[in-house]
Design a protein around this ligand. Structure first.
Ligand SMILES: [Ca+2]
Ligand SMILES: [Ca+2]
Length: 227
């Protein structure tokens, strides 16, 4: 009987072909992963209903943090960027990490801005706080807080510049109540959100900036308080 042996050349060729296919498939998946990765960075939800923007002077090295509490008690801050329908788009740390490499040259980004976007509106009271997390100079730091409704048209519902008094200073910029599309009861009675995020069992626990296990953080020093 004839048992036809495949040509050795053919075997080598098919092995090569198979390996090439594997490599192409692998590269295809890698390129897809690379396309998807940077898309997440700094994205702004085009369907945002409201936007809170906190800015301080360009090139200022101070670290200012934004805290927003929704009617359900969710708090967004640098350690808990998503909560309820809110999303902290970016934690700006003054000059820290604001340097990018371009053609081997360091280019610094002067912008100091944090923003919180609301994907939807919920009836009840929201609290917007600003924390002077790290002050590098003496004197006060002007920090501007803007609250805008984006739909159906852009409407500024609050705009004010606070004078932050130094490391650890937490100020309530505004508290407002949503009733449908209406913004009512705009007040600035102080309410500490730092305390709520740091207290035992409070929302927003987890890890601190250094990535160490969670624990209370002293707002005045930025140091983790041993439990
Ligand atoms: Ca910050
Ligand atoms: Ca900055």
């Amino acid at each position: 009987m004839f048992e036809e042996e495949p040509e050795p050349e053919f075997e080598i060729f098919s092995a090569l072909l198979f390996n090439s296919l594997k490599a192409i498939t692998f590269m295809f998946f890698i390129s897809f992963a690379m396309i998807n990765a940077p898309a997440d960075e700094g994205k702004v939800d085009p369907k945002a209903e409201m936007m809170i923007t906190v800015t301080w002077p360009d090139d200022n090295p101070d670290d200012v943090d934004t805290y927003v509490e929704d009617p359900a008690g969710n708090i967004v801050w640098y350690n808990q960027r998503e909560g309820g329908l809110m999303n902290l788009e970016r934690d700006d740390r003054g000059m820290f990490k604001d340097v990018i490499l371009l053609d081997g040259k360091e280019i610094s980004n002067p912008l100091n801005q944090e923003s919180v976007a609301f994907r939807g509106l919920q009836d009840g009271e929201y609290v917007v706080n600003v924390v002077h997390y790290i002050a590098n100079g003496t004197g006060t730091l002007p920090v501007t807080v803007k609250v805008e409704q984006l739909n159906p048209t852009v409407k500024v519902v609050f705009y004010k510049t606070l004078e932050m008094k130094g490391t650890g200073d937490e100020q309530t910029a505004v508290r407002f109540t949503l009733a449908g599309q209406d913004v009512v009861n705009v007040i600035s009675t102080p309410k500490s959100l730092v305390e709520l995020t740091r207290s035992a069992g409070g929302k927003g626990g987890g890890t601190n900036r250094q990535g160490a296990p969670g624990g209370a953080v002293d707002a005045a020093t930025g140091q983790v308080i041993p439990e």
